[in-house]
Design a protein around this ligand. Structure first.
Ligand SMILES: Cc1ncc(COP(=O)(O)O)c(C=O)c1O
Length: 402
């Protein structure tokens, strides 16, 4: 006789019991709670969000609209529109002297978010370990888990300019280690790994036969320092999965478009997953991305210059309030310490939101080594940043007076 157990009934499993262990093991994002509270309040200045405040430059948007008007409403090739891959290959060659064959070594994805999951699913057997330097983008460790792997967090420190050291990577390495996941310019610290450190990491990865997943989504947003593409380092191309995208540099977060560049066998494995779960990245967004690569350069520079102005203001502002701030050289985040207030990062963020209506994210949301710091996004207009600094000053003053 067959028994039929109905979910939610006394004889069946509770709905939550159907959820896979590895999915249940991942806590909800620490960032969300702050936004949910902020959304209920008037007059909040948000330094919380990790996306450009600029709208997508007009010619890029127009290209998307035109493609729809021309009836381009169908799937594209699984790998993405060939012209887009060709333009991307050209840009990577021009900027970083790295060569990727657009036919076999580039795949257009639904943002770096998808590219990251594909990279991890393609390489991980259950239980394989991925070393993840933190503080880092909130999705890294959960995505390793979704991909069936085990994230192994490695701290970075403000004394090292938040650049991971090879000694720390080596301490975290085990026989199960398969890859290291780097993100630079970094979210949330704004740290940019310099060439010398990257070369050391590349040598270490080669010595231990590890892959490097390199998330370089903020590559165009650097201030006074160069960005070094990991794949361009001696001996690194064969073991690099390079992730990049349009969200940040071209202010295109909502279009959902990114890419992965990798040696052909690895790329084919990722394309196989993409082909079955996504089919192809949104056609309209791909057409817009083509325009971004053709005519977007002046806009990238204009936005970068504006971020740089804001960066100087916010870093100087934090330092003058006694919230010691490491100088971020990339992305659009500042990561000051709140030690002077005597509060934890979570307490500081909570009080700042409730008492001064300014939203910033506690550093511990990005990993243990972010504890004691807060992330302030300067993808916010300069007058708002100045007003936010004034409000932050009021809270710091109250804390100092005890
Ligand atoms: C470091 C980093 N990687 C990836 C992403 C996700 O980018 P995308 O919009 O391309 O999915 C973000 C978004 O905040 C990010 O900060």
């Amino acid at each position: 006789m067959t028994t039929t157990a109905t979910p939610g009934t006394p004889t069946g499993r509770a709905a939550a019991d159907f959820i896979a262990d590895r999915i249940q093991a991942v806590p909800p994002s620490g960032i969300r709670r702050f936004f949910d509270i902020a959304a209920t309040m008037d007059d909040v200045i948000s330094l919380g969000i990790g996306e450009p405040d600029f709208v997508t430059p007009a010619p890029i948007t127009q290209a998307g609209i035109d493609s729809l008007r021309h009836g381009e409403t169908h799937y594209t090739s699984n790998s993405g529109i060939l012209e887009l891959r060709q333009l991307l290959a050209g840009q990577l060659e021009r900027l970083y002297s790295v060569s990727y064959n657009p036919e076999t070594e580039l795949l257009i994805t639904v943002g770096v978010s998808e590219a990251l999951l594909l990279a991890l699913m393609a390489i991980l057997n259950p239980g394989d370990e991925v070393i993840v330097p933190e503080p880092c983008f909130v999705a890294y460790q959960p995505t390793v888990i979704f991909g069936g792997g085990v994230p192994v967090a490695v701290p970075t420190r403000v004394e090292d300019s938040f650049q991971v050291t090879v000694a720390d990577l080596e301490r975290a390495r085990t026989p199960r280690t398969k890859a290291v996941l780097l993100g630079y310019p970094n979210n949330p610290t704004g740290a940019v790994l310099d060439r010398a450190r990257l070369e050391e990491i590349a040598r270490w990865a080669a010595q231990h036969d590890l892959l490097v997943i390199s998330d370089e989504i903020y590559d165009r947003l650097v201030y006074g320092v160069p960005h070094t593409c990991f794949a361009s380092l001696p001996g690194a191309w064969d073991r690099t999965l390079l992730l990049g995208g349009f969200s940040k540099s071209y202010a295109m977060t909502g279009w959902r478009i990114g890419y992965v560049a990798a040696p052909p066998d690895l790329l084919a494995a990722m394309r196989k997953i993409h082909q079955y779960i996504i089919m192809s990245a949104p056609t309209t967004a791909q057409e817009a991305a083509i325009e971004a690569l053709k005519s977007g350069e002046p806009y990238v520079e204009e936005m970068r210059a504006e971020y740089d102005r804001r960066r100087r203001t916010i870093v100087a502002g934090f330092n003058s309030l006694g919230l010691t701030c490491f100088e971020p050289r990339g992305a659009f985040y500042a990561f000051p310490s709140v030690a002077v207030t005597g509060l934890t990062d979570a307490e500081f963020s909570e009080r700042l939101l409730m008492e001064e209506h300014v939203a910033m994210v506690p550093g511990s949301a990005f990993g243990e080594s972010g504890r004691g710091f807060v992330r302030a996004s300067y993808a916010t207009a300069l007058p708002k940043i100045e007003q936010a600094l004034e409000r932050i000053g009021h809270l710091v003053e109250r804390c100092r007076q005890g």
